[in-house]
Design a protein around this ligand. Structure first.
Ligand SMILES: [Zn+2]
Length: 424
């Protein structure tokens, strides 16, 4: 029987991992050594877990007989250690954080065109789960756990949202590019023209048949029936009667809607940027959008890059400065350094309450999500079909239901199933 060298086996394994194709059809000459290697890996793994002086002579000989397996196991161990470290949340100490934020403040003062990129980490203070944090949506779904959270409609803009809105008002921030679908940037008062919601907005449904597309802002998450390649929300356009669709770019999709995604605004802002501030994003998705990173410019003419995130990001090595801190904490310090007031979120000024289109009477039961509770004194407008506030008799509102479908959840699991089928 033809026997391959260990280096050949390593190559085969590498190809197996890279191509995700099967090697078993390559014939017995290849199958034998690969089977042998696979059989010995658990044994080698077990031996390598022991301290060197605890291994028996026979175990030491086994390691010498199988250098490729040893290399494989050590390689895996290095990679999994690296991945574990990348998932860890790291916080800079108080002094280090202050020093870094004063560097950020100096950069903000000097910038001509500051663009802010935001991710789920800026909304965690609003009880919206992030994606890749230890308890994030993505992390839980990867582990096969069901996702549940308090209703997303109950969230309100965080201190970071309000700081960004204030910085834009001061003309220090020119544009905001967000991966978040929670609608909190708009609810903070940031104007829509200064915002690109690259993955959509859970509070907006649109009629794509009207020209230009007609937006309907709602007081609730419109996505409970939508999922990957299934965007119909179950309601119809008040003008032309066509089906309304959500604006969400579900996992596995490419966004095509002009608004609220506003890709042209994002690309123009990135093209003019001399400073990019990334807040609360793992950047694992954003890094794939080449137009956001000015990589076509010579390295010296690229924008300065400041990253605020607790976990590693793939852009850390390119960053001018990485700040390991919570967004709210960093933004509070930044506003202090810039001598600017942080406007508190005031529900009465939340633009959603005058932007939202009320449901027609026949649509009142077209969703089961809680409405965003109106400001005190305005409880009777708009009607609260699901009772997210106490009713006239003072009965407590029903307990929030776990969110199983919608802009995360179903879309994600469908994406995973499709991916799995493709690679089998
Ligand atoms: Zn229409």
């Amino acid at each position: 029987m033809c026997r391959l060298q260990h280096t050949d086996i390593t190559l085969i394994i590498m190809q197996l991992n890279q191509c995700k194709c099967t090697v078993w059809s390559s014939g017995p000459a290849v199958r034998g050594p690969v089977v042998e290697l696979c059989a010995v890996l658990p044994q080698v793994t077990r031996i390598l877990k022991k301290a060197e002086d605890e291994r028996t002579e026979e175990e030491a000989r086994t390691l010498l007989r199988h250098p490729s397996a040893v290399e494989q196991v050590r390689g895996r161990s290095v990679r999994s250690g690296q991945q574990r470290r990348r998932r860890e949340e790291v916080c800079d100490g108080v002094e280090e954080l202050r020093t870094k934020v004063s560097q950020l403040a100096a950069a903000v003062r000097c910038a001509q065109h500051l663009v802010v990129y935001t991710g789920a980490g800026i909304s965690t203070a609003a009880s919206i789960p992030d994606y890749r944090g230890p308890n994030g949506v993505w992390t839980q779904l990867q582990k096969g756990q069901a996702v549940s959270s308090s209703d997303l409609g109950r969230a309100e803009p965080t201190l970071t949202h309000m700081c960004i809105k204030a910085l834009h008002q001061q003309n220090l921030v020119k544009h905001v590019v967000s991966q978040n679908c929670d609608g909190l940037h708009l609810r903070s008062g940031l104007p829509q023209h200064a915002l690109s919601e690259l993955h959509g907005n859970m509070l907006i449904e649109v009629c794509a048949s009207c020209i230009p597309a007609r937006e309907y802002v709602r007081m609730f998450d419109v996505t409970e029936r939508t999922a990957l390649r299934r965007h119909a929300t179950g309601r119809r356009c008040g003008r032309c009667g066509a089906e309304l669709r959500d604006t969400i770019v579900h996992f596995g999709e490419r966004g095509t809607l002009e608004q609220p995604l506003n890709w042209s605004g994002a690309a123009a802002a990135a093209g003019s940027a001399d400073l990019i501030l990334c807040l609360g994003s793992s950047l694992k998705v954003l890094k794939k959008y080449a137009c956001l990173w000015s990589m076509n410019r010579p390295a010296k003419r690229r924008p300065l890059l400041f990253i605020v995130n607790l976990q590693w990001t793939p852009k850390d090595d390119l960053a001018t400065l990485k700040i390991n801190g919570r967004c709210d904490e960093v933004m509070e310090l930044l506003m202090e350094e810039l001598d600017l007031q942080i406007p508190p979120y005031n529900k009465a000024e939340d633009p959603i309450f005058h932007q939202a289109t009320p449901l027609r009477p026949e649509e009142e039961l077209s969703h089961t999500r809680c409405l965003i509770a109106p400001p005190a004194g305005q409880e009777d407008q708009p009607p609260d079909a699901q009772g997210s506030a106490p009713d006239a008799q003072g009965h407590a509102p029903p307990a929030p239901q776990p969110v199983q479908g919608g802009w995360f959840g179903r879309g994600f699991s469908k994406g995973r199933k499709r991916k799995k089928r493709k690679t089998v």
